[in-house]
Design a protein around this ligand. Structure first.
Ligand SMILES: [Zn+2]
Length: 107
């Protein structure tokens, strides 16, 4: 499933629409299937859980590029930080490129 911010906004927009209008066939399940594209109630819950959960990533040091990289989007932080020390880059709480939450070992 696409968990980009645009995809999250679109699902939220549709849920808000149904909150103030008729449900698909008068059924919450049919509505959630229409919004998420899932075919079962378990699928609907799984899709919604994926959208609610923040994207997570790890930052790792790439020796070839001499830069820290995001495991979620693959961006090099060196190109994003424009002169900021790369020793500071590894302490980001969120990837400045994709916004994924940086998870450190043991978290
Ligand atoms: Zn990223």
């Amino acid at each position: 499933m696409d968990t980009s911010n645009d995809a999250r906004r679109e699902v939220a927009r549709q849920l808000n629409h149904y909150a103030y209008n008729e449900l698909e066939g008068g059924s919450l399940l049919k509505t959630l299937k229409a919004v998420t594209g899932a075919t079962s109630w378990r699928g609907c819950l799984t899709e919604l859980a994926m959208l609610i959960k923040p994207n997570e990533c790890h930052m790792y040091y790439d020796r070839k590029l001499d830069s820290y990289m995001c495991t979620h989007c693959g961006e090099s932080l060196e190109f994003i930080s424009y002169g900021v020390s790369r020793h500071v880059d590894k302490d980001y709480r969120f990837c400045p490129s994709c916004g994924a939450e940086v998870v450190r070992d043991g978290e």
